[in-house]
Structure formats: C-alpha cells, structure tokens
Ligand binder design. Sequence first.
Ligand code: B1M
Length: 235
Amino acid sequence: MDFSDLPDDELWLQMQDDLYDGMKEEVAAETNEALKRGYGPTEVLEKGLVAGMDVVGVDFRDGVLFVPEVLMAANSMKAGMEILRPLLTETGAPRVGKVVIGTVKGDIHDIGKNLVAMMLEGAGFEVINLGVNVDADKFLAAIKEHKPDIIGMSALLTTTMPYMKVVNQMLIDERMREEIYVMVGGAPVSETFAMAVGADAYGRDAATSVDIAKAYMDNVRKQDKIDKAAAAANQ
Ligand code: B1M
C-alpha cells in the first residue's frame, strides 16, 4: 500500500473513503502517510478520521449503512486512532489531576469517549477509563478506589443520556457530589441538557473538554492556596 503519490487533498478523501468502506489496513497506512508529510495528530484526526466518520453517521441515519458496516468503519477509525494515541498522549508534564471516564449504562459507543480520554492524558491527566455500559455502581466503586477530581460521562444515544442524571443523583445520595466535578458529553448532549442533569460542565468535543478540565484544576489549586493562607492566618 503506497499512498505517497497522492496529493494531500486526495489523501484526505481516500482516507475518508477507506474508513467508510471499513478498510482498516489502508486507513492505518494513510494515517502514517499523513504523519510522514508533517501533519500533526489533531489535524490527521479531524481531516481524515473524524471527517470520514461524519459521512458514516449520515448514511447510517439515512438507512444506507447498517450496523455491520458501521462496526467495520469504527474498527478502521480505531486503527487510525491507535497510531495517533502515543502522539496525542505524549506529555512531559507532571500529573495535573485525575479523571474517571466512561460511557453510561446501555450505551456501547466508545470512540469519542476514548478520544477525550487520550487528549486528557496528553494534557497530563491520569485517566481511569471504565469502558462502555458503565452503571452507577461501577462509577461509584471507581470513585471510591481512585478518588478522582473529575468524572466524565459519555452518551451517544438519546435513550441513554438521561442515565447521566442517575449517576449525578447517586453522587448526591452518597454525599460525594461537592468534591467531584462532573463533565458530560456526546453527540446528542447539549449545554442545556448537561445543566438539566446536574452536571458542572458540557464538553462539546475533546479539545474543549481538556480546556474545561484544566480550567477546573487551576481553580482548585487557587482555592487550595486561599484555604491554606486562611488557615495559616487563623493560627
Ligand atoms: Co451508533 N448511533 N448505534 N453505532 N453510531 C449513532 C450515535 C446515531 C446518531 C447514528 C444515526 O442514526 N445517525 C444513532 C443515535 C440516534 C439517537 O439516539 N438519536 C445511533 C444508533 C441508533 C445506534 C444503534 C441503536 C443502532 C442499532 O442497533 N439499531 C446501536 C446502539 C448500540 C448501543 O449503544 N446500545 C448503535 C451501534 C453502533 C455501532 C456499535 C455500530 C458503532 C459504535 C462503535 C464504537 O463506538 N465502538 C456506532 C457508531 C460508530 C455510530 C456513529 C456512526 C459514529 C459515532 C462516533 O464514533 N463518532 C454515530 C453517528 C454520529 O454520531 N454521527 C452513531 C465519532 C466520535 C469522534 O464523535 O462520539 O460524538 P463523538 O465524540 C465527540 C463528542 O461528542 C465529544 O468529544 C468527542 C470527540 O470530539 N464527546 C465527549 C463524546 N463523549 C464525551 C464525553 C465527555 C466530553 C466530550 O465527557 C467528559
């Protein structure tokens, strides 16, 4: 497989077509070719992989593609993401915070959630990825074990997104809600919905989610300094 003869714009189109057709090896080779040409991992992700998956989404909705074809496309996307993973997660920065993330109960979509997890790792966060179909008990067990600063919930189905409220309510019932920042995301989720389920933030995409998580940790550290200064002054 040699894509070196293709001009850049044709390489992107070929990559999108191959992802659509579930051609895993080709997508991996094109990902490598784009990186070899000097494109950064985020650009390769957006112009090749995400753009290809967008077309898959439209044709899936319109009944042109069915689950088996979409699964093959998803596997091709994952093959490309595996190549980009070390580049997206490479960081020399000290750990800035801890995140527990998962796709909520009833939902097995994990591409976007894994992307958010990778980009958070790249920004210096320690990420505990609970996978898909995660119920409130599993979130609770992970929170007790790992004591994260943030929990992230993903949902891609309108039928599963209300489960985010169940997890949020569980945190309230367990008297843990005050200490944990709750961020939610996924294609059908919106800012309004996020507020309605009681989340602290809505992550529109992976890059925005990282910015939100970093801003929250900055505030935590500032508050920590204020609290320490106040405690010292009171002694
Ligand atoms: Co499904 N599926 N799917 N699917 N699937 C959608 C979501 C759908 C919109 C397709 C359509 O009709 N156009 C539709 C949902 C309709 C609705 O609810 N209104 C749908 C359906 C109906 C279904 C099934 C019910 C189909 C069936 O069986 N009849 C079924 C459900 C299975 C289940 O979960 N119980 C199903 C199954 C599948 C596959 C297994 C075949 C496969 C998933 C494979 C996998 O993930 N391993 C699949 C896929 C691939 C899709 C589409 C085509 C692509 C999703 C994707 O990976 N996008 C999708 C159509 C679409 O969304 N356009 C579709 C790429 C990814 C990078 O984007 O996930 O949006 P996204 O993530 C973004 C942001 O949303 C955000 O950041 C990410 C990166 O920028 N983000 C977060 C995501 N999570 C976040 C969490 C955060 C913050 C930000 O927290 C901190």
